[in-house]
Design a protein around this ligand. Structure first.
Ligand SMILES: *[C@@H]1O[C@H](CO)[C@@H](O)[C@H](O)[C@H]1NC(C)=O
Ligand SMILES: *[C@@H]1O[C@H](CO)[C@@H](O)[C@H](O)[C@H]1NC(C)=O
Ligand SMILES: *[C@@H]1O[C@H](CO)[C@@H](O)[C@H](O)[C@H]1NC(C)=O
Length: 486
């Protein structure tokens, strides 16, 4: 649903060719050690865990109050968390909106993020992070070829770069990879990637950072995908599911928007669920749904949502307009969103969360759900060559300018054994600096000599934009029609 993807669509479908040069040069403030991708910020927030269909910060249920954040969109494609001047410009506005979370679609996994992650933590803000980049992502047109060890090395390097920040809330394994009625054949690869990320986190000894998928607003398969990500053996099930939803168009209501039906549909779902994008712009957008999200009739199934999106990128969804260092409101958008978020406090007593949800049955093949040759709970086998990452860490991330991974695989993919995805060992104690990539700035706050110094919080910004950039013609059409497809 992002402007980004639309730009990508117009640029063609090849996906791996959309790289733009970094807009901002490296800005590390001191020694080269400052550019290590692995780090720990000085700020600290309680880490988030899952229980039943909810997130928790300690004993308190955690409700996501977020905005989607990728200033520059895809055409500029800058990692906003690698550049202190960018994140520090925007954090005061996050606070005005009353947020506790931002979602970022693309980061540079070779850059250091200590400074921005620390500033975010100081402001009480968590990060929901997509692990893909345009060059390192699944290609829905050729998912088997794009699912390979080069791809997973980049994904795992992104995990290494963020796993030790206490305010890393969760990882998205993919965003809108399935974006139409007929792209469900990519689903097994999304699920396999999710499985591999969860295994990587376990084998590397990191805390159990939740991993899940962000699904496009495609009515024919969004719920089937929810079931699919929550079916089969534990090692292949997600930690959460997220939906992009643009069905509440002001003026609207719980019933008129169909959100009541959604809550019913997900009433037996066993995983935490939230809206990873929301904010319909048909009519005047007053953000009344933002308050609705935190009422108990929603919170029994949903754990909040992420408003799309912070910056105006030419598609009409922005809340603020950014011009260099200046940030100005788009009409009354910040005021309205901020007031709605502020007007509704979190429900008390757990907001009706449930631990009674059940693992789902894998959807059967149908006109709406074609995942062949992987039917039922069968998944692609892990690409050969990834065990070494489990054992030794991913090593240096390719960043946003590497060769790309989408053509690196093969069309021949075996079916995984039943045990695939189970962590067999814990090879590391969760210190990403031991992975062999990062020479330096250290992931343990005590272990790194410079971790609290300004020097270590320098940043090496790069660029780019999220995920699957293929087949976006479908999105362009539906966007133009204002349809619910996205
Ligand atoms: C889905 O349908 C569209 C429109 O008919 C077509 O262009 C596209 O190639 C199809 N995609 C797949 C993966 O079959
Ligand atoms: C919302 O609440 C936050 C935190 O109390 C406050 O800083 C902010 O100004 C409020 N925003 C609006 C729009 O009322
Ligand atoms: C969950 O509820 C849905 C909708 O009512 C139903 O179709 C599905 O079979 C239920 N699943 C389980 C595992 O009970």
């Amino acid at each position: 649903m992002k402007a980004a993807t639309i730009v990508a669509a117009l640029a063609g479908t090849a996906s791996a060719n959309l790289i733009h040069l970094p807009k901002i040069a490296a800005r590390a403030t001191s020694s080269s050690s400052a550019s290590s991708a692995s780090g720990t910020s000085s700020g600290s927030l309680p880490t988030i865990t899952t229980k039943g269909n909810a997130f928790f910060a300690g004993d308190s249920r955690f409700y996501i109050r977020g905005v989607d954040y990728q200033p520059g969109g895809s055409s500029e494609a800058t990692d906003p968390l690698a550049d202190e001047s960018t994140c520090s410009r925007d954090i005061p506005y996050f606070q005005k909106l009353g947020l506790n979370t931002i979602r970022v679609y693309t980061v540079d996994n070779s850059a250091n993020h200590d400074k921005c992650m620390g500033l975010l933590a100081d402001a009480g803000i968590y990060l929901a992070l997509d692990v893909n980049s345009p060059k390192y992502s699944l290609n829905r047109a050729e998912p088997e070829v794009s699912y390979n060890s080069d791809y997973l090395q980049s994904v795992f390097a992104t995990i290494d770069a963020f796993a030790n920040y206490s305010n890393t809330l969760l990882f998205f394994s993919g965003n809108e990879v399935i974006n139409s009625d007929n792209s469900t054949s990519a689903a097994p690869y999304v699920k396999a990637t999710t499985r591999d990320m969860r295994q990587y986190i376990a084998e590397r000894g990191y805390r159990s950072i939740p991993v899940g998928y962000s699904a496009a607003d495609v009515s024919s398969n969004q719920y089937l995908m929810a079931r699919y990500m929550d079916c089969g053996d534990d090692a292949m099930r997600s930690d959460f599911y997220a939906i992009n939803n643009y069905e509440w168009c002001d003026p609207s209501s719980f019933t008129q928007s169909g959100w009541d039906t959604l809550v019913d549909m997900y009433s037996n779902y066993s995983l935490p669920l939230f809206m990873s994008e929301y904010g319909c712009i048909t009519n005047t957008r007053k953000w009344t749904e933002a308050a609705e999200l935190y009422k108990e009739q929603m919170t029994k199934a949903f754990s909040g949502g992420i408003a799309y999106e912070y910056s105006e990128e030419g598609n009409g969804y922005g809340i603020y307009k950014i011009n260099g260092n200046s940030v100005s409101p788009v009409g009354n958008q910040p005021e309205w969103l901020g007031q709605e978020l502020n007007s509704t406090s979190d429900p008390t007593n757990g907001g009706g969360y449930s631990t009674n949800g059940t693992k789902q049955d894998c959807p059967s093949q149908s006109n709406d759900w074609d995942t062949s040759p992987f039917t039922g709970s069968a998944l692609p086998a892990q690409p050969s060559g990834i065990e070494k990452y489990f054992k030794n860490g991913a090593g240096k991330g390719p960043g946003l300018t590497g060769d790309g991974s989408q053509e690196a695989g093969s069309t021949q993919i075996a079916t995984a054994s039943a045990a695939a995805g189970s962590a067999t060992a814990t090879y590391s104690s969760g210190d990403s600096s031991s992975t062999g990539d990062s020479s330096s700035s250290g992931s343990s706050s005590s272990g790194s000599a410079s971790s609290s110094s300004a020097a270590n919080r320098g940043a090496v910004p790069l660029t780019l934009e999220t995920g699957p950039l293929v087949g976006m013609a479908v999105m362009v059409v539906s966007f133009a029609m204002g349809a619910a497809l996205l």
